[in-house]
Design a protein around this ligand. Structure first.
Ligand code: R5P
Length: 269
């Protein structure tokens, strides 16, 4: 890895422990103004000080995020399909590497849809993005997306998808937590972070998922809905930090969430 690429990656995966608490807020690119993210500026403002990195599109970066922010950006650069269209997997690269550099992104992120009708197209997108990223020192996050086929979230499928993402040269991968998650991590030679998925029934459930993922080898989380759709988003993000960076159990993190939810939150770590 070139120095510049390693330097960028270390802004996302913290050098102290190699882990990250990313805040995912790129959902509008295929979901539109989804619940609690109708106004990204307002939703994200109090959360940014507690995120190791922010995963957004260039449109939200330019329109909703203060450019003096110090939070590293993981720029979503794939898209082109929405929930209103025929197939969510029909994605293309939507942002040039030049624009990612102009936005001072610390990494770029792109979805692949392994096993879908667009498998070849999206894996080709990833391979091209890795070539473009390598040329300028930009790390690539491969996202193992499943579209509407949520039943694909089992260890056999996710291990295949994560390994393919690594083989094509991505520098880290985002996938889902599943039973047998340690096998997904064991078969993947790059750091694995987990998405949260739709809002869990309770904060305790989402924290348990994060805890189990970390215990089984994940390098962090990249959660969105379980944070900003929580009744208390800042305490939720801080509880996730306790799991990822401070070794807290799910119970300890949940107790922290309850405690922080009772008091107004400061806006800096
Ligand atoms: C999906 O690929 C989206 O890009 C989100 O970044 C990802 O799903 C993580 O967000 P959530 O925790 O809400 O699932």
């Amino acid at each position: 890895m070139d120095w510049g690429l390693r330097n960028r990656l270390s802004r996302v995966l913290r050098p102290e422990d190699g882990r990250t608490v990313m805040l995912a807020a790129d959902h509008g690119y295929f979901l539109g103004p989804t619940h609690a993210l109708e106004d990204p500026r307002e939703t994200l403002r109090p959360l940014i000080p507690f995120a190791d990195a922010l995963m957004i599109t260039r449109g939200v970066a330019r329109n909703c995020i203060d450019p003096t922010t110090q939070v590293p950006l993981v720029l979503r650069v794939s898209g082109g399909s929405t929930v209103a269209g025929a197939d969510l997997a029909d994605e293309v690269i939507t942002t040039t590497m030049d624009d990612a550099v102009r936005l001072n992104a610390s990494a770029v992120a792109l979805s692949v849809f392994v096993g879908s009708a667009f498998e070849g197209q999206t894996l080709g997108n990833l391979a091209r993005l890795v070539d473009q990223g390598t040329a300028v020192g930009m790390p690539v996050l491969g996202v193992t997306a499943v579209g509407k086929e949520l039943e694909k979230r089992d260890a056999r499928y996710l291990a295949l998808a994560c390994r393919v993402v690594a083989e094509l040269g991505a520098h880290f991968v985002k996938t889902y937590y599943c039973d047998g998650f340690e096998d997904v991590v064991a078969g993947c030679p790059i750091p694995v972070v987990i998405a949260g998925g739709p809002k869990s029934g309770s904060e305790r459930d989402a924290l348990e998922t994060a805890y189990q993922a970390i215990r089984q080898g994940a390098s962090g989380v990249d959660m969105g809905r379980n944070v900003w759709q929580s009744a208390h988003p800042v305490p939720m993000l801080r509880a996730l930090r306790a799991i990822v960076h401070e070794g807290a159990s799910a119970s300890e993190a949940h107790a922290l969430w309850q405690e922080l939810s009772r008091v107004p939150q400061p806006t800096a770590v």
